[in-house]
Write a protein that binds this ligand. Structure first.
Ligand code: UDP
Length: 312
């Protein structure tokens, strides 16, 4: 019997790549998405596959699935700062009510539950790089609070279900990830810089561009998630690329790779924008024998190629 995996947010950027991998590995996949930030285009190529089912559903409402389920992978949420500023209540609801429903489904089906959490739980970190043992520095009432706190609540709820119901759960903390299928206008720095370069517009650097991020290519992340599924580790576990860059360095690399002559334009730094971010991936290295393989330039070339073919 094929194992069935339910992927919430399966029509999103990471969710759709996860659906692809699971279908490729011989799973049956039930993809749930309300399409507020996800898109049918991301899963269009799977629509005819006999082991793939898409259900348009808002997971903050009760999730009804008849089949046996081996895995519930809870990936639904707006994840770009611009998106969660636009949908703050939906973001809080999917992290709280949505996680509650997804956990309830996993409990009823005795399935392994994986929560897609985020490096945002570390807020503007005072410990660098960030190990899983760090509790974070989050402003609950700031503009990013809707995302950070909903994911922190989701982590606490996952642990409560694990302890109270002896469930098989895992918390995964995803650091900045990029690649094909990100929306051109999703507002995050990689699609912004690539689309600005491709259209000859100035690259919008927020603040002085001295803040840092560590960018993981989507294929590396999916490999880590797939290994985590087979593992019984409860997490939290960081997955991300530990190679750190300033935003100014990123802008220069994108300009060089695209050959664009765009200038840089400096814009105000968004509220509570983390000054630095880099995952400590010791735990993933040890327990999954995993580490990213794709260097930034190599991954950016793939992303640039995809964006140039998919820009209207
Ligand atoms: N950023 C930028 N220009 C942009 C978009 C983002 O300088 O057009 C900066 C942003 O202020 C942050 C970093 O790039 O410091 C990463 O932002 P992103 O929205 O990709 O995700 P975050 O890591 O903040 O969740």
């Amino acid at each position: 019997m094929k194992k069935t995996a339910v992927v919430t947010g399966g029509a999103g950027f990471i969710g759709s790549h996860l659906c692809d991998r699971l279908i490729g590995e011989g799973f049956k996949v039930i993809c749930l998405d309300n399409l507020i930030t996800g898109s049918r285009r991301n899963i269009g190529h799977l629509s005819g596959a006999k082991d793939f089912k898409f259900i348009r559903h808002d997971v903050t409402k009760f999730i009804k699935i008849k089949e046996k389920v081996g895995y519930v992978l809870h990936f639904a949420s707006p994840a770009s700062p611009e998106d969660y500023l636009k949908y703050p209540i939906q973001t809080l609801k999917v992290g709280s009510l949505g996680t509650h429903n997804a956990l309830g489904l996993a409990k009823a089906k005795r399935a392994r539950f994986i929560l897609a959490s985020t490096s945002e739980v570390y807020g503007d970190p005072l410990v660098h790089p960030q190990p899983e043992s760090y509790w974070g520095n989050v402003n609950p009432v700031g503009l990013r609070g809707c995302y950070d706190e909903s994911k922190r609540f989701a982590e606490a709820l996952t642990m409560a279900y694990r302890r109270a119901h002896k469930m098989d759960t895992c918390i995964l903390r995803i650091f900045n990830t990029y690649g094909p299928r990100m929306r051109l206008n999703d507002g995050r720095v990689v699609p912004n810089f690539i689309s600005q370069s491709l259209s000859g517009k100035p690259l919008t650097v927020y603040g002085r561009g001295t803040q840092t991020r560590s960018f993981c290519y989507i294929d590396d992340l999916i490999e880590g998630i797939f290994r985590l599924m087979q593992n019984d580790c409860p997490g939290p576990m960081n997955l991300g690329n530990p190679h750190e860059f300033t935003i100014l360095q990123l802008a220069k690399i994108v300009l060089r790779l695209t050959g664009a002559k765009s200038k840089l334009t400096f814009k105000p730094l968004p509220q509570d924008d983390p000054r630095q971010r880099r995952p400590d991936i010791t735990l993933a290295r040890k327990s999954l024998d995993w580490q990213p393989k794709v260097e930034l330039e190599e991954g950016l070339k793939e992303a640039i190629d995809w964006f140039s073919r998919n820009t209207p």
